[in-house]
Write a protein that binds this ligand. Structure first.
Ligand SMILES: Nc1nc2c(ncn2[C@@H]2O[C@H](COP(=O)(O)OP(=O)(O)OP(=O)(O)O)[C@@H](O)[C@H]2O)c(=O)[nH]1
Ligand SMILES: [Mg+2]
Length: 329
């Protein structure tokens, strides 16, 4: 059933962009909730708004009343996951954001073009993923909040510049600056390693400017040096090479899956998948849809990739990517 939201909803939603504090955001969300017409087609929107309001309430309660040291840039998560772009100056972090999203960050051929973190949304197969552009990291410069941003994100893209013949040094520099704050970036499957000393962030190295004549030569040695710790993909924002593959890799970095909800007797809505961490169950889905569903859930029917054709599964069933789920209460 379509949501058919009134124009007033979208007008109010615009205010969210300029809301600075969690208090302000909570007020706007509450206003949105009061505007949403209450029927079956808006159940998902209502559930999402309620969940966001409750998270904001938590945040407001936990927020320290006194200012902490120095500026901090906590960026509220949005969409299916948050991925932060870091790297040396001029590597093309902002160019990548411009290529992968509808945002138009400033791009210049000099360092420190990006002064503060900047979020933008990337769409991949109907899933929205938040990318955050950041100022550069150099041997004598890293912002005090950089490592916190990395730790809070669901994934990290280390963007490097293939026109640079000294790439190894650039990568070492970024790794060292993060290690100073006990943060280590690694491929997704190493994430679980000894977390006692370091915080391990799942990451991907995006080697940009592969249109440069020496690109392949410049990438050869760093790839060999860091192959046990990092995964590389070489792209060009100028020539738009391998950007679709990059989007897919970013999605995989988040370790999430998409599930489509189906109302009995109706067609599946493929436009708005629910997104869950891998390992989530039917019960997790029911909780997200509505508290009542979680309480009253009897069973679910599932249509999965060639495996299931409407079979009944219980609440403990572990969701698989692109499952179609019909919840029965
Ligand atoms: N040849 C080539 N140049 C690129 C590519 N992508 C970006 N550039 C250029 O690289 C320069 C730096 O790009 P930015 O996107 O501003 O780099 P940044 O990493 O955001 O830089 P800072 O914000 O200063 O850290 C600009 O002159 C871009 O036009 C590419 O794929 N190939
Ligand atoms: Mg920039």
């Amino acid at each position: 059933m379509p949501a058919n939201l009134p124009p007033q909803y979208f007008e109010t939603e615009k205010k969210l962009k300029s809301a600075k504090s969690p208090e302000e955001k909570k007020e706007i969300m509450e206003e949105l909730l009061s505007i949403v017409p209450k029927h079956k087609g808006t159940e998902k929107i209502q559930a999402q708004l309620k969940s966001k309001i409750s998270k904001l309430k938590d945040q407001i309660q936990k927020k320290p009343k006194t200012a902490s040291h120095g500026p901090t840039y906590h960026i509220e998560k949005a969409g299916a996951g948050q991925v932060v772009l870091i790297g040396p100056p001029n590597a093309g972090k902002s160019s990548l954001i411009a290529s992968l999203t509808n945002a138009e960050p400033e791009i210049q051929n000099y360092p420190f073009t990006t002064p503060i973190p900047f979020p933008a949304m990337m769409e991949y197969k109907n899933v929205q993923i938040q990318l955050i552009d950041t100022p550069p990291i150099m041997s004598d410069y890293i912002d005090t909040w950089h490592h916190e941003l990395v730790k809070g994100a669901d994934g990290v893209l280390l963007v490097i510049d293939l026109s640079n013949p000294h790439l190894e040094k650039d990568i070492y520099t970024v790794l060292e600056k993060l290690r100073e704050n006990r943060v280590e970036i690694v491929t997704q499957n190493q994430q679980g390693s000894d977390g006692a000393r370091y915080f391990y962030s799942p990451s991907l190295v995006v080697a940009n400017k592969n249109d440069h004549p020496s690109a392949q030569k410049n990438l050869f040695s760093p790839k060999k040096t860091f192959e046990s710790q990092l995964e590389f993909i070489s792209v060009s924002t100028f020539k738009k090479t391998r950007l679709e593959e990059l989007k897919e890799k970013i999605f995989k970095l988040l370790n999430v899956l998409r599930v489509y909800s189906k109302t009995p007797g109706k067609k599946v809505d493929y436009n708005e998948p629910f997104v869950f961490k891998k390992g989530s169950s039917v019960m997790d889905m029911a909780e997200t849809v509505h508290r009542d569903f979680a309480r009253k859930l009897k069973y679910a029917r599932i249509w999965g990739k060639d495996k299931y054709k409407g079979q009944k599964v219980n609440r403990e069933y572990i969701l698989q990517d692109e499952d179609i789920i019909e919840l029965h209460i």
